[in-house]
Design a protein around this ligand. Structure first.
Ligand SMILES: [Zn+2]
Ligand SMILES: [Zn+2]
Length: 332
């Protein structure tokens, strides 16, 4: 089977992923093997390829995987061959720490991640533990379902942690794969959405999708936001977002890596404003979100690439040249 393998970290323009032929995969006890049909390309994959987020090498990246179960290992009860399934970023958690036993396994320090600690979906096949596999709602073709598995579910967690209430004014800073799905969730909740992005094409996209305002991160929409979410890997956005936030509002930061945050006056934070990061997701988040995605229904916009073009897809994600979500389409 064919896989795109990260053997060395390098700028994605230098094409760090190599195409390799590998032997067919067999599931171990408690796992299934999956014939991959589509895999989303996430900014985290850019950080992994470039060494900003550490990873053991070699590794097959890819943690927004949609495919069909090929074979199940011993002890697997909930899945059968042929089932359409998805796999996301969280592959395993310890199940015993204070976080795991209180429903906050997203914070487990022993968590292992798909496409980092074990091979992911930039390949024709992968294996995954039963607990890391989700049944997908009907109605989504594989390429459209793929971005739900990270951009969507972590975006959903970001939306929740921002504390925005139905009908409120929500600011989104950065408008890529995750934010374009959060915009749809927010509109479904009756919120007015304000989008801040330096990319003119992304502003246009946001307005087409129903944002009430779109501008640059320095621009003033003339109102104060009840809550905000940042998707940009740039620390400079934090004080810019705080400047637009109403008293008592939360800025939820969806990032796994960020450039340093510049110092700012306390005044921007006073008035009980809060900044909080968003880390991974829980299984409960994923189940809730997949159900919501089908009910809205979310319409992910995808820019599709063949598996062999994974390096090009990473470059485009890095440069913000993708409208919606980048997806590798592996089988049809
Ligand atoms: Zn991701
Ligand atoms: Zn744990």
């Amino acid at each position: 089977m064919r896989a795109m393998v990260l053997e060395r970290t390098a700028p994605v323009e230098d094409e760090p992923l190599e195409a390799r032929d590998r032997s067919e995969l067999r599931p171990e006890i408690g796992e299934v093997s999956i014939a991959v049909e589509a895999c989303g390309v996430c900014r985290t994959d850019v950080h992994l390829a470039e060494g900003e987020v550490s990873t053991p090498l070699p590794v097959v990246p890819g943690h927004q995987v949609v495919g069909r179960v090929l074979e199940r290992g011993g002890g697997v009860e909930s899945l059968r061959p042929g089932d359409v399934v998805g796999v996301g970023w969280v592959s395993a958690t310890c199940g015993r720490c204070a976080f795991c036993v209180s429903g906050r396994e997203n914070l487990c320090r022993r968590a292992r991640f798909t496409g980092r600690d074990r091979d992911g979906g930039y390949a024709e096949q992968m294996t995954a533990p039963e607990r890391a596999v989700y049944r997908l709602p009907p109605g989504f073709p594989a390429a459209k379902a793929a971005p739900l598995l990270c951009a969507g579910v972590i975006g959903y967690r970001t939306f929740k942690l921002s504390g925005i209430e139905s009908g409120g004014k929500l600011g989104l800073f950065g408008f890529g794969a995750s934010a374009h799905l959060v915009l749809q969730i927010a509109r479904h909740a009756g919120c007015d959405v304000f989008v801040f992005t330096r990319t003119p094409a992304h502003r246009e996209h946001a307005l087409e999708m129903g944002a009430v305002w779109a501008g640059g991160s320095e621009d003033d929409p003339g109102i104060l936001l009840d809550a905000a979410a940042s998707f940009a890997p740039a620390g400079a956005v934090i004080p810019q977002a705080l400047r637009r936030l109403e008293r008592g509002g939360t800025l939820a930061v969806n990032a796994i890596h960020m450039t340093p945050i510049p110092s700012f006056d306390f005044e921007l934070l006073s008035g009980e404003r809060a900044v909080r990061s968003v880390t991974n997701f829980t299984r409960q988040d994923a189940l809730e979100f997949l159900d919501l995605a089908a009910r809205i229904p979310l319409e992910p916009e995808t820019h599709e690439f063949p598996l062999r073009a994974a390096n090009e897809a990473l470059s485009k994600v890095k440069r913000g040249q993708v409208r919606g979500a980048a997806v590798l389409v592996i089988r049809n």
